[in-house]
Design a binder for this molecule. Structure first.
Ligand code: ZN
Length: 177
């Protein structure tokens, strides 16, 4: 009986250790969020058109603020997972259009919106920089005056975080056009 109690105690102590170790090794392997679109240089341009600017927190219709960043990308550009994780959602929403949400082991999640198509399924594990879809103009980006871009978000639970504040790869140079 006492032996079982010891075993139980060991498992009880070991489990949080394992969880902590996994998290630690993940953070070491993928310390930053990769830029989810590709360009010829390190420069990533943010959207700027008559409908809005692409930086985090810029104002939107109806007193809303922008919960992500709009990365300028030609139509049908490949979109890559910013970090490894599990696909939490892949489907359609009126505002986001065709979009993907990935839950990461660090407790944060990323969203990739206005896609033309998604190439992943809910529940699927994806690796950092794996192709997850192609950019487009679905949802509320479907206006000819809105320049083609990828709407990209990083969230902690329901709270949007600013990707350009220490989360995105520091080698990327984010420019507001
Ligand atoms: Zn946006």
């Amino acid at each position: 009986m006492a032996r079982w109690r010891w075993l139980g105690l060991c498992c009880f102590l070991l489990l949080p250790g394992l969880v902590f170790y996994e998290r630690y090794s993940f953070d070491k392997k993928e310390p930053y969020y990769a830029v989810p679109v590709r360009s010829d240089s390190n420069v990533v341009k943010l959207r700027n058109d008559t409908y809005g600017k692409g930086y985090f927190g810029s104002s939107r219709n109806g007193n809303r603020t922008h919960a992500g960043v709009d990365l300028v990308a030609a139509l049908e550009s490949p979109v890559f997972a910013s970090k490894s994780g599990r696909v939490f959602f892949a489907g359609y929403d009126k505002g986001y259009g065709q979009y993907v949400e990935i839950s990461h082991p660090d407790g944060l999640s990323t969203r990739y919106a206005h896609l033309t198509n998604t190439q992943v399924k809910e529940g699927e594990w994806v690796n950092q920089n794996q192709l997850i879809g192609t950019s487009g103009k679905s949802g509320n980006a479907n206006d000819p005056r809105i320049i083609p871009h990828l709407h990209f978000e990083i969230r902690y639970k329901k709270y949007p975080l600013n990707p350009t504040k220490g989360l995105l790869d520091p080698r990327a140079i984010i420019q507001q056009r």
